[in-house]
Design a protein around this ligand. Structure first.
Ligand code: MN
Length: 427
């Protein structure tokens, strides 16, 4: 669904007086710092977040699913939904596809639809965590790490096929999240499983074009509860290092045990040039996949601080990080929720840009701990919403995307167009 530009202008005009006052106040405050509003606004346009095709419908748990109406029924409609998110937020110009849920039947048509909405294809995602109809071998006991070479062959070939689809669409990267693992102590030879995984990844890597990157995602548990083959960043880093220069680790916020210092992992990976991808979400207990910044917003700020500092220093040439929102929406309207997540990412990115890193570094050298904390708080406590609103206004987006989405009754329109029992493929 495409929004009439005049509707967005009307919305923005209604907010303009108040917005101008708030923006001018903040702009003045930042004018004589090394991070004036103009610089932040320029940098914001480079912050683009991929939306995965599977995050546009209602998710569920193993206990059930409560569908929402108006879900996208095919890839074109998924792109239309992401086009809408991008039109309002100006921050979501990338789509991440999943095979086999999004097999592009007509590549030229899919590319034309992407152009129409101003979208580019981000990382491709393979799936060896489910059996597909008609598949010769089952993944019940693993895929890339399986004991049987025939199962590994099938899983490797599937990953190669995903790369081939991505090449046709102009994607430049591949994400492997491997669900392989075991549920019972003694079930798996842990070191053999890791070795077989490394060999499988090497074959997948060799199939990628020379300008592609491979992202290796890790997760400590789920769907398996005793061991996963790639449980942590260390294992992912090890596999990426063994696999090749264009293989990187991927950090998903929800794929850590409670209270893990994720910002430190980010700092370490960037310092070795090995942080390729980053998946946003938030969680209270495990891989909850809820709205970005809704539970631990300060952690997100500390992560963005490490990214800002790490990418400024960048001793090992870490590439631009591929950002994606990996979320699941069990109760909320997926589109409203994604708009909230984009808002949260934008605001936190700006707050991290406000940190006076020079003074912070000096205070660190002098072991002045209180001063360090004060510098962080000075940035974190700033209300930066006017900058993000101004960014969207200048780019043709909505000053308040979530409010606009509600005012326009977008979900109701989508239900009219697609029906109340439409279903999106995916989890
Ligand atoms: Mn993920």
């Amino acid at each position: 669904m495409k929004i009439d530009k005049n509707h967005i202008s009307d919305h923005n005009n209604g907010h303009l007086d108040k917005h101008r006052q708030e923006f001018e106040f903040l702009e003045k405050r930042l004018r004589d710092t090394d991070h004036p509003a103009s610089k932040i606004l320029d940098n914001l346009s480079k912050l683009q977040i991929a939306i995965p095709s599977w995050a546009l419908g209602s998710g569920g748990t193993r206990f059930g699913r409560f569908p929402i109406g108006g879900q996208p029924r095919n890839l074109e409609e998924k792109m239309a939904d992401i086009g809408l998110l991008h039109q309002l937020s100006q921050m979501a110009s990338r789509i991440s596809l999943h095979i086999p849920w999004d097999i592009p039947e007509d590549v030229e048509k899919i590319k034309a639809t992407a152009d129409e909405y101003g979208l580019a294809f981000d990382a491709m995602n393979s799936n060896t965590f489910q059996d597909q109809p008609g598949q010769a071998h089952s993944y019940k006991h693993g895929s890339l790490s399986h004991t049987d070479p025939a199962v590994r062959r099938q899983a490797i070939n599937h990953n190669k096929e995903v790369i081939d689809y991505g090449v046709q669409l102009g994607s430049k990267s591949m994400t492997v999240w491997l669900a392989d693992g075991s549920n019972h102590p003694g079930q798996s030879n842990l070191s053999k499983a890791l070795k077989r995984t490394g060999e499988s990844l090497a074959e997948i890597y060799a199939h990628m074009p020379a300008d592609w990157s491979l992202f290796i995602e890790y997760k400590p548990f789920e769907p398996y509860f005793y061991s996963t083959v790639i449980p942590d960043w260390g294992t992912s880093y090890l596999l990426a290092s063994d696999t090749g220069d264009r293989a990187y680790s991927l950090v998903d916020l929800g794929h850590h045990l409670p209270n893990t210092n994720i910002e430190q992992i980010v700092a370490t990976l960037i310092s070795r040039g090995k942080l390729g991808g980053f998946h946003f979400n938030d969680s209270k207990f495990a891989d909850d996949d809820i709205t970005v910044g809704s539970i631990k917003p300060y952690q997100l700020f500390l992560i963005f601080m490490e990214i800002t500092q790490g990418m400024a220093a960048n001793p090992h040439g870490n590439p631009d990080i591929a950002y994606m929102i990996d979320a699941s929406h069990n109760l909320k309207d997926p589109l409203a929720d994604l708009l909230e997540s984009l808002e949260s990412i934008g605001l936190t990115y700006i707050k991290a840009a406000l940190v006076d890193y020079e003074s912070l570094e000096q205070a660190r050298e002098e072991n002045d701990i209180s001063r360090c904390s004060a510098i962080l708080q000075d940035a974190y406590q700033t209300d930066v919403r006017p900058i993000l609103r101004e960014f969207r206004r200048r780019q043709g987006g909505a000053i308040d995307p979530v409010a606009f989405y509600r005012e326009q009754n977008v979900r109701e329109e989508l239900v009219k167009e697609r029906g109340s029992d439409s279903s999106a493929s995916g989890l």
